[in-house]
Design a protein around this ligand. Sequence first.
Ligand SMILES: Nc1nc2c(ncn2[C@@H]2O[C@H](COP(=O)(O)OP(=O)(O)OP(=O)(O)O)[C@@H](O)[C@H]2O)c(=O)[nH]1
Ligand SMILES: [Mg+2]
Length: 728
Amino acid sequence: MKSSTFCSRSRNLILILAPTFATLATPKFHIALVGNPNSGKTSLFNALTGLNQKVGNFPGVTVDKKTGIYSVDSDKDTELIDLPGTYSLYPRRADEWVAYKVLMGADEIVQPDMVILVADASNLKRNLLFCSQIIDLKIPVIMVLTMNDIAAQKGIKIDIPGLEVELGIPIVAVNPRKNKGLTELKRAIAKLTRSTPEASARSNDFINVAALAPEAIQEVRAFYPDLSEYAAIHHLINYEELGDGTEHAFISEIITRTGFNATKTQAEEIMQRYNHIRQVMQKKVVEPGPLQKKLFSNKLDNILLHRTWGHLILLAVLFLLFQSVFALASYPMELIEWCFAQVSSWLTASLPEVWWSDLLINGIVAGLSGIMVFIPQIMILFGIITMLEDSGYMARIGFLSDRLMRKVGLNGKSVMPMISSFACAVPAIMSARNIENKKERLLTIMVTPLMSCSARLPVYTILISLVVDDHYYFGFVSLQGLVMMGLYFLGTFMALIVSYVLKWFIHIKEKSFFILELPIYRAPRWKNVGITMVEKARIFVTDAGKVIMIISLLLWFLSSFGPGNRISDVETKYAAMIKVAPQQTDSLNRQLSTEKLQNSYAGMLGQAIEPVIRPLGYDWKIGIALITSFAAREVFVGTMATLYSVEEDDDQSLREKLQSATHADGSKVYTLPAAFSLMVFYVLAMQCMSTLAIVKRETKSWKWPVFQLMYMTALAYGMSLLVYTLLS
Ligand SMILES: Nc1nc2c(ncn2[C@@H]2O[C@H](COP(=O)(O)OP(=O)(O)OP(=O)(O)O)[C@@H](O)[C@H]2O)c(=O)[nH]1
Ligand SMILES: [Mg+2]
């Protein structure tokens, strides 16, 4: 009857129960950080490991397990595991399951030897529920109290030594934001790792667990004596997720025989815990009366969450966000562009005219400048989003928009993934794990990529600058910024529409609710904002840069060479023509480059798909860009840079080159209708391999990413066609 997986898991539990002697010999010691959402786990993780995992001032920032090395003793490496926040040991959301499985020893990769329980001192009562459950699991645990500064502001006083006695575990007060109390914590960790298993695992229960379901617990433990009584209850309740087929049969048989009732046991357990917690709080914590001074946050919320003012302020905040991305970034962008133009003309003048100088100037430098110009915009966008998250305002946006979201089948919690998708859809889609309801989570994942991510910024910027005047209303509202905002708005609007339509076709029945704890307002940590900005710029340049460089190089090759003798035939033809009319050398040379490009591999490819994209107002060069930017959207600009530098040999900026681009009949390529049609295409099309990959991972099936690719491409094509037809 005994199953092998259950055995191996029991062994993991033994490891948890007896961490010291067994694990001291092994090089790695694992400490898991757990606690309620937004209690400061990741801040502490970063302070102890020196890493920079994402911290934010709203519940549900961390949605997956993250590990980092922290050395307690010089001779022993300790691995710290940061986990998603959980309110109790009864998981409901996908991210809570991640933490739960680690704590139950059911995670394949991570098995903790010790737990650091992070508890928010300003919300101690609620945090103690989870804390008491961990205590009853009998895992060696240290409790870390964070937010003591806020507790003090609220007038809360905690008798820490007294609480240690009541709970029977070591407690350390820290402030990970200010690196306070870390020495004491390190000392406590070192002490606990050295103590005997008997001393480190607490022997008495917080509540009388055995009495909750005596018979069933006894039967499970008769077979698996290493499980604590409380762990046995969890195996009885969640055996379907925690064990395999044999264990299912074994436990369900016990349940039938003993009449174990999961709901009743759980309700009874929670009630007993709260009773005990109330007593502990009365004895060891002084809380101010309800009439005590209100926190600054509550006063601010009276305005920011106001029925009318709240929504107006929200619109103003979003308006400022887009205006600053456009207006603030324009100066550094011009500077970067100018620098690259200088470098490229200097290289052209000083290098011999051979194939490798052509590759260097028109392949590498052109591709690189295509990436670098957008660093300022990316940094500003990420900076502002980080400030929104850090200050606590992001959670308010969720609150303010819950009603609207609900109408289209989403949830107030969908707003955070959607807004962070302005930066990048990949982490945004992962953060949807925070949404309890399966249908709402799926809908959020389906529509999140419609929000304009930072990779679209380069495309929008360049196209807007081609067809929209650089005009300012009232001296500060930029027209180009307004158009940019319109594109972001279009993406958001379509996301809501698509969700509204899809909700009728996705059938998952589950209760929906919106519980979002509003964090208090905090000043953004400027270091965090700064690090995020630099880090995102670095990732953009390296990750996107790699793809762009490879594709630019490939394109340079494809657009410089052609099948058979096509290119050399063109060259011979023009050489003869120049001989006949040497006074036209310049214009003939330009025609030569165009015809060479048309006869290259890339040119042929673009011309092959031209019939499909002609109705949208695009030419074959845009066609090539559409193909290459399927991998990642920002490749568009790089592709254009490469295609136009291969063709023309002067030091015009890409914008100027595009501005003067013409069709064969001499008419301009980038007319207003064509540029808008192209922008709409980029707003709505799914052109990102990484997003498809993450959707596959989060939905655990190919069905959804494939569907997403199809509906978004069809939507993009249809809407672009409509825009082009209406405008021309
Ligand atoms: N005032 C104050 N703020 C803190 C303290 N510790 C953390 N914070 C802030 O609390 C917020 C939440 O911190 P995180 O580290 O992201 O919290 P978390 O527990 O990892 O949150 P989830 O991943 O969502 O579960 C951030 O804005 C931190 O800067 C503290 O001791 N005092
Ligand atoms: Mg976290």
